[in-house]
Design a binder for this molecule. Sequence first.
Ligand code: SAH
Ligand code: SF4
Length: 343
Amino acid sequence: MKKELLDLTQSQFKTAAKNIIHKDYIFEQVFKWVYEKKAASFDDFTNLSKDIRIKLSENFVLRTLTIVKKEISNIDSTIRYTFKTADKKSFFAVFLPSKDSNSVCISSQIGCPAGCLFCSTGKSGFTRNLSRGEILEQILQIENDTKQKISGVLFMGMGEPAFNYNNVLSALKSLLSKKEFYIGKRHITLSTVGIVPAIKKLADENLGIRLAVSLHSVDDKQRKRVIPNNFGFSIDEIIDAAQYYFKKTNSRLTIEYILIKDFNDSPSDAHKLARLLKRRFLINPKVQVNLIPFNYVAKSPFLPSTSLSIEKFKNILKLNRITANIRQAKGADISAACGQLGY
Ligand code: SAH
Ligand code: SF4
């Protein structure tokens, strides 16, 4: 079976291709075509001999995903891509254009085992992990399709990155590497539902990328009702891990909080969240709360909070000197907003 080149680190590729390429400078040329020039076919590697190109294409593939659907938002030009994998499974990624820099919101799994009740990915069950190559290829395919440079990556699409730790870590290293994607660490954000050992391991890697923790509640029983499978980590343990990450990396930490009507959006919830954050992080402008108005998900029992309760919630945090932003939904008309990446 042919290997996906993007699945391999540079040293793994050097081992896998040792019978095809015998000189270091030729390996360097291959990596330039793959990561810098983003060539989609070995035929494009014009400075390599025909013999090497043929042998590479007999043993490796450069692309395994196919774009099967592309929906463009009339509101904000966000694009929702549906990809099909070589084994005929589909999943989504989102292109988020902006004046200053374009970002992509990519998937780490097909479906998600956490099964959050407010999230359409969670409701669609779990199929499988994406490989390192499939994670990275989303960015290359979107860049090629939009002809736009991508300078920001959000691990906020389908799936829980912490459940696919090794592939996600390898992809992160490739994104950061000067010899590969070379995206700035402050432009990469990984969002997690709070898988404590993974947060700590990632902190020890000290990659400097930004972490977002999906908290959504300050009460363990209430949280468990909407996030059934997070391996039983308590809010205290999750905040401990987030604190560890923050201290170790000194990079911005975001606490994500979906506001769901009459569930977690009362002034008392806001006061409790403020107290928790003040107690654990003191007041630090690098620790911010992202308030996410609940995005509509079919067959979900939940409703979005009213604009008034959202404002009130935010003001309570502000009065406690906690930086809080209300996240504007992007691509809501094409179901590309947070939590809407389901089938
Ligand atoms: N599994 C990771 C990353 C993917 S979800 C996580 O849960 O953090 C990305 C973000 O979308 C998370 O903060 C998640 O809570 C949020 N989200 C899920 N469903 C949503 C919905 N219906 N409305 C608004 N945000 C939602
Ligand atoms: Fe999975 Fe995140 Fe959706 Fe929960 S919110 S089901 S963890 S993708």
